[in-house]
Design a protein around this ligand. Structure first.
Ligand code: IPE
Ligand code: IPE
Ligand code: MG
Length: 241
């Protein structure tokens, strides 16, 4: 492993613990090939499997993937139903592998948007992987950073009748409450924006924008993101010693 890192010029002592990914560009990947957008989403799943593999290989503890935003609910009904079918099929097909690999799943977002049977499957997956202690794999589904903050504030208010809410109160009630801070954000597809993803959690993360479309994402792209991360000097507002 150390030899591999050396060959790639990666320093073993400076890996991100938590990588978050905006998996963008599925639609354009399909359109470029005159295929329906749904095939771009299906192809994007191959990249999901690959990045989980890379996370294992490079011993990343925590991986968060943006699969569907609150704003994506404004897309055509057909695209939403194709995506819903794809999410459902993926859980059915991948569950055994998830259990075998000791992966712990967390969902960020409000899944009440999805049909009852899919919600049930997701709940079942959460229960069955709850005690796993391998890769923490977090899927943002009908997730929006603004909605998450509002939900968090309301949860905090309902728990204690305080005149003031603190940062700690908000943090403790976010969907990411049990996860480490995000060290590195990767966005594919060429856009340089957050699109309402983890807007609270990304306050001091390193941001890496990759031109390639999500279905084309490969190991080189992942390594380049790690090299970028290791080249940054994280000061968190303080001065270097
Ligand atoms: C990201 O790909 C996946 C989802 C939003 C579900 P897009 O569907 O946004 O692909 P582009 O940006 O149109 O290419
Ligand atoms: C962000 O991509 C959402 C996901 C990748 C799930 P979008 O394609 O929805 O973002 P915009 O519309 O380009 O900002
Ligand atoms: Mg997009």
């Amino acid at each position: 492993m150390l030899n591999l890192f050396k060959k790639l010029s990666l320093r073993p002592d400076n890996f991100p613990k938590h990588i978050a990914v905006i998996m963008d560009g599925n639609g354009r990947w399909a359109q470029k090939r005159q295929l329906p957008r749904s095939l771009g989403h299906a192809k994007g799943l191959d990249s999901v499997q690959k990045i989980i593999q890379y996370a294992h290989e490079f011993k990343i503890q925590c991986l968060t993937l943006y699969a569907f935003s609150t704003e994506n609910s404004g897309r055509p009904k057909k695209e939403i139903s194709d995506l819903t079918i794809l999410f459902d099929k993926t859980i059915t097909e991948e569950s055994e592998k998830i259990f075998a690999n000791n992966i712990k799943i967390t969902i960020l977002g409000d899944i009440s948007f999805f049909p009852d049977n899919l919600q049930k499957k997701i709940q079942d997956l959460l229960t069955k992987t709850k005690k796993n202690n391998g890769l923490s794999l977090n899927i943002a589904l009908n997730y929006g950073g603004r909605s998450e903050i509002v939900r968090s504030v309301n949860k905090a208010l309902s728990k204690k009748k305080l005149p003031k809410i603190t940062e700690k109160d908000i943090e403790r009630n976010l969907d990411t409450k049990d996860l480490p801070g995000v060290d590195l954000l990767i966005r594919t597809g060429g856009e340089k924006r957050l699109s309402n993803f983890l807007i609270w959690q990304l306050a001091y993360s390193e941001l890496y924008f990759e031109k390639c479309l999500w279905p084309d994402f490969n190991k080189n792209n992942f390594i380049n993101a790690l090299l970028f991360y290791q080249s940054r000097n994280r000061r968190f507002g303080k001065l270097n010693n």
